[in-house]
Write a new protein. Structure first.
Length: 371
């Protein structure tokens, strides 16, 4: 194990007894103790680079207070713009951040965008209450505007500090934890919420390996980030087309992961695979018998795994030249196969539509002759 891996494992192991320590504590102990533990871990692993986190948090706090009604998009722009600066600090003669700082910054970006979305929903709900003279029934909206101290406690809470946000039904755990903190502060008591292992489950290895479609495989891998992308990027994409919305989401995902060209080459191959899957599903697969569909599923599973092999090389090789050189050495087989299946599915779908239309026209003519 590398020194960084040993430190990371140590951080995770230290977090376990901390949880038992805070479990029986009061509200203030959990709120400030969790934040203090997270801040100590951040300072111990990120050192002076902790300033990046503080700047991101303060910028988000200013946006929330200046423009709460549009803070979601503004925060998205702010945090992702700062990510670009964060990854290019060496060009400005600033010291290069530690790998742990990168992990904290990536997850903090997701947290700040989620928080801004909560605040925007809260503002909209309050506006609706004023105009309709009735209390809003929007589920999950935070009970009051968060202050700077609450945002700092939420941001540096050791829960999910370096291990990511976790999907849990309607919301991610950090947002739920944040809602819990300020709802207790506002009302003195919290609503009873029950969590199980699925709440913090981030990867489904069996689902990832043995699901049939690329689309499903994405949902089973890094599930918390996939949930975040679906909730805050895909649903708010500037285009309506499924393939184009997927491309937009994959572009944002590649940017969030880093600035290496290999990320973009791999992520932007996914929409082509999704389009091919959709075309073949509507043009052929859904019209097969049960036994034929079983055979088709195995073929599709095999192609999905080869697509994973193909696209993962962008993450391994990173550079544009190396990735394209490798893909060209195997004749861009996945790109070619995806395009071929896309065209085949479209042709089959078009022919089925024509045949269906002819059947309808024939039925109409028969009725007319009978009359």
């Amino acid at each position: 194990m590398s020194p960084e891996e040993i430190i990371y494992l140590s951080v995770l192991l230290v977090s376990i007894p901390i949880g038992f320590l805070f479990k029986k504590g009061g509200l203030k102990t959990k709120q400030f103790g969790g934040a203090a533990a997270g801040l100590v871990l951040t300072l111990a692993t990120c050192h002076i680079h902790t300033l990046h986190s503080l700047i991101t948090i303060l910028g988000t706090w200013l946006i929330i207070n200046i423009s709460p009604r549009a803070c979601h998009y503004l925060t998205l722009g702010w945090t992702f713009s700062y990510l670009l600066f964060f990854r290019t600090v060496t060009f400005f003669d600033f010291p290069e951040p530690t790998p742990f700082t990168n992990a904290v910054q990536l997850l903090l970006t997701l947290k700040m965008v989620s928080l801004a979305n909560e605040v925007q929903e809260f503002t909209q709900a309050k506006k609706q209450e004023v105009t309709s003279f009735s209390k809003s029934s929007v589920i999950g909206v935070i009970p009051k505007m968060p202050g700077l101290v609450e945002i700092l406690c939420y941001s540096f809470c050791y829960v999910g500090l370096m291990t990511g946000t976790s999907s849990g039904g309607y919301k991610s755990i950090p947002v739920l934890f944040f809602t819990f903190l300020i709802s207790r502060s506002a009302d003195g008591e919290a609503s009873e919420v029950t969590y199980d292992y699925e709440t913090i489950k981030n990867i489904d290895p069996h689902g990832t390996d043995f699901c049939v479609k690329v689309k499903d495989g994405m949902r089973y891998w890094n599930m918390s980030v996939q949930w975040w992308l679906a909730q805050y990027i895909y649903k708010n994409a500037p285009v309506r087309s499924y393939v184009m919305r997927s491309a937009w989401t994959m572009l944002i995902s590649a940017y969030w992961h880093g600035i290496h060209p290999g990320y973009y080459l791999s992520f932007l191959t996914i929409p082509l695979c999704l389009a091919a899957e959709g075309a073949m599903e509507s043009g052929l697969l859904k019209h097969l018998s049960a036994s034929q569909r079983l055979f088709g599923d195995w073929v599709q599973w095999f192609l999905k795994m080869r697509a994973y092999d193909y696209m993962c090389m962008g993450f391994v090789l990173l550079t544009f030249e190396d990735t394209v050189r490798y893909w060209s050495s195997i004749y861009f087989c996945i790109h070619g196969a995806a395009l071929a299946f896309l065209l085949l599915g479209k042709v089959l779908g078009f022919r089925r539509q024509q045949a269906s239309q002819k059947d309808k026209d024939g039925a109409v003519e028969s009725l007319q002759h009978m009359e």
